[in-house]
Design a protein around this ligand. Structure first.
Ligand code: PEP
Ligand code: MG
Length: 316
C-alpha cells in the first residue's frame, strides 16, 4: 500500500478537480532537505530555526553561521516558497540564555515572539542573517513569528522585519486562540497566517502538549479546533492572504482534506507524510472536502468528527 501511495503520488498537491493545495515540508535544518526533495515537497512551510541554537546553550549562533544554514535551505528550493520561523524558544524548547528559569507556567510564560521582543538583538541578528542569505537568490522567502497573540505582537514583528531591511513576506503563526479569533486584525499588520495546530490545541483545551495522558484533548479533530481553523482561514480569505497549516494536523491525510475544505491554502508536514496526503487529496473534489469539513464541525467530539468526515468522503 505504501508503494502504491508513493507511485500514485507525484507532482503538486491538488484536489481531484484541480484545486491547488501546495504540500510543503516541515524541516529543522539543512539535514532534512534530502527527505523533503525526495518526497516532492513544493517548498518549505515551516523551517524551525531552533536547531541552530541548540549547539551552545550559552549564546546565540553568530550571524555568519546563521547565514550559512539559511542559505543551504534557500538554495535547495529555488523559486519555491520557503517559510522560515524565527526562533521559538521557551516552554517545550527552553534555551538557557533566553528562557526565564523561574516561571511557574513556562507554556504560559515568556516564549516564542515574547522572548524575541525581550531580546531584540537576537531577533535583529536572525532577520539580518535571513536577509543576507536570500540576497541574489530567486526564492520566495516568507518569515513568520511564533506565538503571536494579537495585533500589537504582529505589528512589533513586522516593524522588526522592516528595520532589518528584509525583503520577504512577513507572517504570523496562529497558535493562540486569541490570534485565531482576531485573525482579521492581525492581518492588518502581516501578509500571511500559518496555523500551528500543536500549540493551538494545547491552548484551546488547556492541555499541556507534553502530557500524554491528555491526548484526547490534543486530538486535532476536536471540533473546537476546527472552528478556530475555520475562523482564521475565513479572515485570511477576506483579506486575500494565505493561511497554511504547519502543525501535525496537516499530516493526517483525511484531516488534510477537511482542512482544505475549511479554506486552508497550503499544508506543511514532516516530509514522509507528503505522498500520503497528496494521494488522498487527489481522490476528492474541493466540494467534497467542504462537505466533509462541515460534517466534522457539526460533530461534538473528535472521534465523531473523524467518523463524519470519513462517511462523507467514502459515501460519495
Ligand atoms: C505548532 O505549534 O503546531 C507548530 C507547528 O510549532 P511547534 O510544534 O514547533 O511548536
Ligand atoms: Mg508551536
Amino acid at each position: 500500500e505504501r508503494k502504491a501511495a508513493l507511485a500514485a503520488s507525484s507532482g503538486p498537491g491538488r484536489t481531484s478537480d484541480g484545486f491547488r493545495i501546495p504540500l510543503l515540508a516541515n524541516i529543522g535544518g539543512p539535514a532534512d532537505l534530502p527527505a523533503a526533495l525526495e518526497h516532492g515537497a513544493e517548498g518549505v512551510g515551516l523551517f524551525r530555526t531552533e536547531f541552530l541554537f541548540l549547539d551552545d546553550s550559552a549564546k546565540a549562533p553568530s550571524e555568519d553561521k546563521q547565514v550559512e544554514a539559511y542559505r543551504k535551505v534557500l538554495e535547495a528550493f529555488p523559486e519555491s516558497r520557503v517559510v522560515v520561523r524565527v526562533l521559538d524558544a521557551g516552554a517545550d524548547k527552553p534555551l538557557d540564555f533566553l528562557t526565564p528559569a523561574d516561571e511557574p507556567n513556562p507554556a504560559l510564560g515568556v516564549r516564542g515572539l515574547r522572548t524575541l521582543l525581550d531580546h531584540p538583538e537576537v531577533l535583529r541578528t536572525q532577520l539580518r542573517a535571513l536577509a543576507r542569505a536570500a540576497e541574489g537568490l530567486p526564492v520566495h522567502l516568507e518569515v513568520m513569528a511564533p506565538m503571536v497573540a494579537d495585533r500589537v505582537d504582529a505589528r512589533a514583528f513586522a516593524a522588526a522585519c522592516r528595520e532589518a531591511g528584509l525583503r520577504a513576506k512577513y507572517g504570523a503563526m496562529v497558535e493562540i486562540p486569541s490570534a485565531a479569533l482576531r485573525a482579521r486584525s492581525i492581518l492588518q499588520e502581516v501578509e500571511f497566517l500559518s496555523l500551528g495546530t500543536n500549540d493551538l490545541a494545547q491552548y484551546t483545551f488547556a492541555a499541556d502538549r507534553q502530557v500524554g495522558a491528555l491526548a484526547r484533548l490534543q486530538d486535532p479533530w476536536q471540533p473546537a479546533l476546527l472552528d478556530l481553523v475555520a475562523s482564521a482561514a475565513e479572515a485570511a480569505k477576506a483579506a486575500g492572504s494565505s493561511c497554511g497549516v504547519c502543525g501535525e494536523a496537516a499530516s493526517d491525510p483525511l484531516l488534510a482534506c477537511v482542512l482544505a475544505g475549511l479554506g486552508v491554502t497550503s499544508l506543511s508536514m514532516g516530509s514522509a507524510s507528503i505522498p500520503y496526503v497528496r494521494a488522498t487529496l487527489a481522490k476528492y473534489t474541493l466540494a467534497q472536502c467542504r462537505r466533509a469539513a462541515e460534517a466534522a464541525r457539526a460533530a461534538d467530539t473528535a472521534d465523531e468528527a473523524r467518523a463524519a468526515a470519513q462517511q462523507v468522503l467514502s459515501g460519495e
